[in-house]
Design a protein around this ligand. Sequence first.
Ligand SMILES: CC(C)(COP(=O)(O)OP(=O)(O)OC[C@H]1O[C@@H](n2cnc3c(N)ncnc32)[C@H](O)[C@@H]1OP(=O)(O)O)[C@@H](O)C(=O)NCCC(=O)NCCS
Length: 132
Amino acid sequence: MPSIPRPPSNEPAIRIVMMPRDTNADGTIFGGVILSLIDQAAYVEAMRQAHHLYVTVSFNKIEFHEPVYVGDVLSLYANASRIGRTSMTISVRVSARRRKTPDDTIKVTEGEIVFVAVDSQGKPTPIIEETD
Ligand SMILES: CC(C)(COP(=O)(O)OP(=O)(O)OC[C@H]1O[C@@H](n2cnc3c(N)ncnc32)[C@H](O)[C@@H]1OP(=O)(O)O)[C@@H](O)C(=O)NCCC(=O)NCCS
């Protein structure tokens, strides 16, 4: 049975400084690094909603609006938009505070990710306990 997610948190799920190890040959941050952070932020949100083992089944609608640079402080805000029987859809918005213009915060990336709660055998399991 689908259920209603808890209200969104005002706090970022993750806040992190981008480091030189995360750059591509152009000196900007790899998109794959941002995707990994989105995955982690979504996991934090999934665990806030309900404790389970989760696996990522799908990344949807990822949009990279602006580049990310070394020294940017990224904040990842994650919000569960749907809880199905065994799956949870989470929207993640990534904003950057630039090292050189710290008064401005800009949206750099956003996306949606779907997790599935699994049991110890890796099989889908209900997120909310089911009663007969
Ligand atoms: C995720 C996984 C357990 C799903 O197993 P499955 O047998 O296909 O599951 P089901 O068909 O019973 O679907 C389970 C739920 O996932 C949802 N789902 C399955 N595939 C999906 C997809 N591509 N996109 C969105 N949701 C999906 C179903 O809608 C269902 O949701 P609901 O219970 O809320 O209605 C299985 O595909 C898996 O183990 N994938 C690998 C996951 C992984 O290792 N991720 C990390 C990659 S490195």
